[in-house]
Design a protein. Sequence first.
Length: 222
Amino acid sequence: MNNNNKPKVIKNKELTKRKLIDAVGEIFRTEGHTGLGVNKVAKQAGVTKKLIYDYFERDFDNLVEAYILETDYWMAFADRVQELIDAQAYNDDQKLITNILQNQFRYFYMDKQMQKLILWEVSTNSPLMRSIHNARESMGQKLFELTDQHFANTGVNFRAVAALLVGGIYYTILHTRFNGGIFSDIDIATEDGREEMVRAIELIVGWAYQAADKNKNEMKVQ
């Protein structure tokens, strides 16, 4: 009898976990991270708070982290990037990294929850946010494995280029949201302005690759 009931128990557990993660998302959307609490999330989900501890390793932060990992742009690419690395199924790493960064810009502009997460991360001394940042860095490391061979021994540190691009994406969009769309005389609140930013990402990545290629050719001549 217990074996027959087991699938139903598992299904109920997954449904409850889904309700709890969705409850975190709803509260985060309406109240921000300061509104998150065990009692409030349990009430929003319509379950007892005991289930939070039962299903998320006795730690409320694990529940919040589960929501963040679903929301974070970079986490969504983690499995796919690893598949590309394992299968060596990418023909043009410059195009791939350009597309990923351009899509990050578009996603971050549209997704208010992701914007709140980044604000939380950069404005709070939080073990949870450090954990999320470390997970994102680990995913980024996989991504850089796609570019390492091209930039090895060229004097071009593509990680530094990517850091400035990602940081620039976050800052310009957050600035637009809270202090107006004009940034460096570009109106990022308009579609034309955003496309200019997307094209700039392509240019900057292209310049990095061109500089690496130039340095490689110069070393061959020597």
